[in-house]
Design a protein around this ligand. Sequence first.
Ligand code: 6R9
Length: 649
Amino acid sequence: MSAKTYPVLKDAKKRALIDTATYQKWYKQSVADPEAFWGEHGKRIDWFTPYTKVKNTSFEGKVSIKWFEDGVTNVSTNCIDRHLEKRGDQVAIIWEGDNPYDDKKITYRELYEHVCRLANVLKANGVKKGDRVTIYMPMIPEAAYAMLACARIGAVHSIVFGGFSPDALAGRIVDCSSTFVITADEGLRGGKPIPLKANTDRAIEIAKRGGVDVKSVLVVRRTGGKVNWFAERDIWYHQAVTGVKADCPAAKMKAEDPLFILYTSGSTGKPKGVLHTTGGYLVYASMTHQYVFDYHDGDIYWCTADVGWVTGHSYIVYGPLANGATTLMFEGVPTYPDAGRLWDVVDKHQVNIFYTAPTAIRALMGQGDQFVTRASRKSLRTLGSVGEPINPEAWEWYYHIVGEDRCPVVDTWWQTETGGILISPLPGATALKPGSATLPFFGVQPQLVDNEGNVLEGAADGNLCITDSWPGQMRTVYGDHERFIQTYFATYKGKYFTGDGCRRDKDGYYWITGRVDDVLNVSGHRMGTAEVESALVSHDSVAEAAVVGYPHDIKGQGIYCYVTLMAGETGSDELRKELVTHVRKEIGAIAAPDKIQFSPGLPKTRSGKIMRRILRKIAEDDFGALGDTSTLADPAVVDDLIANRQNKK
Ligand code: 6R9
């Protein structure tokens, strides 16, 4: 825990929408009378029919969360139509391609036409309000058009990250029985093509066996690479959009109608379909975007996330566009053509607000300051971080080297489930402490509890819960409300449990310490240990597997796998490679194991429960402090594990 505090920067304070006193005043109001507070701020979006009810939420019993429930609105008109009069010719999306010579700008008027055309294509192909549309796309403007076109007609999108495998894609198609897929021929990252259409073809075969028959695939031509074509099913995007009108009426959506599903990993079972709805989500995404980044009219804003993650949903597309911002969408990677790419793009497009992940910061920090300092970066004003705890060293480098001591760093803590940022500094209001997400946003009431659920007051270290609802909160797990209740509201009755550990210091600042459940965070990507384990045991040679995280300099956490082989099999480097390939195929490259230890036995209690605490310690090469091993069925297993550990320092 860093002891340093950086007071609010003078310039940041001068231009800020929210100063310290306003933050404190609004925060107090927001928790004292949420009804009045959100009743007021809900007006920041346009409603066809204004709401008269504001908050109707309960974390008890069946758990029910409704915001602005009798209001009627549409997300796409809020992100596009309402800006046309004033900013029709303003750039809505700056697209920066993988290749630095490839870029384009899309104005709000052009965005309107693209989205309406695509919405008409969806309708012409039978997509209706409430239908689920799967989007498996590279970072190209058509991904945003697809999201907004769904929103326009009331279809529910489910974006699957382009790095996921055909199996993972198929699982998500089946779970929400989605029969319409939007993809591209290929993606392009760091000069390498990614076979999205081929993966989609494969996924559709797998989904069919799972009982879901995909009827149509809309394909954007991105690279012109060769693809297989199924004439009765596949549709070229560029052909389809030319044959339809550039106008499309927006569906009247109730505030609680679903907007999107986004699958995310938990500690058990397969990924959950996190469901977000319309009104509350947009109010919350736009409000946090405005205040957390201190967004002003005319600012150029860049979030480097992928639209396949929640950060891309809320802070590349919905939040910024609802605010009429110019949002930059980047197709490439931070190290291509070289490690100065991000800062070159900042100069090229005169970016004012820049939002990225600690893993990128750590990777670039290791490449040397010259890549940063060769760019001017004078346009930068606010820097953001998201996805995992940022270590103070990386924070300081970001603040001093990238931001030259003149840009506040907002370390934003939130989750797929929360829809938007819950704990973060505000640039003109909050003194910063490197490594701390600082203070809650308006309406957010964090609470720390111990493992027994006792509430901890003052400076303390515990499990992070939120005691009352905020408008951006997820409403349910798609198709499984019971799982929603069990996962988030059963551990500590009547509270939303985040799954994160957290410390509160004497100033009331929050320091997220990482997941306390069996969820890994690898380069800011969430992954359940259970998912990697089930991918491993689906290999013929594997009898049993246990997966834990260990500290990794760049990724934050690395993936350490203990693998017990079938009788008669022997461990080898070749088999290790084969298992890595197998997991990549099952889930995707982001799940590739870093270390594999072949272990004849796993440390289990007499009731058969694997003692992960021990496995974590050995993976960290910290086996001097294994703690109590007396409940193990066979304590000798541990000696073998230590002797053959793969992470000797
Ligand atoms: C937005 C996003 C959520 C998990 C979350 C926590 C970790 C995210 C963080 C952070 C410390 C931050 N996390 N932001 N930890 N400081 N600023 O990342 O959503 O992919 O669902 O991950 O990521 O552990 O619980 P998601």
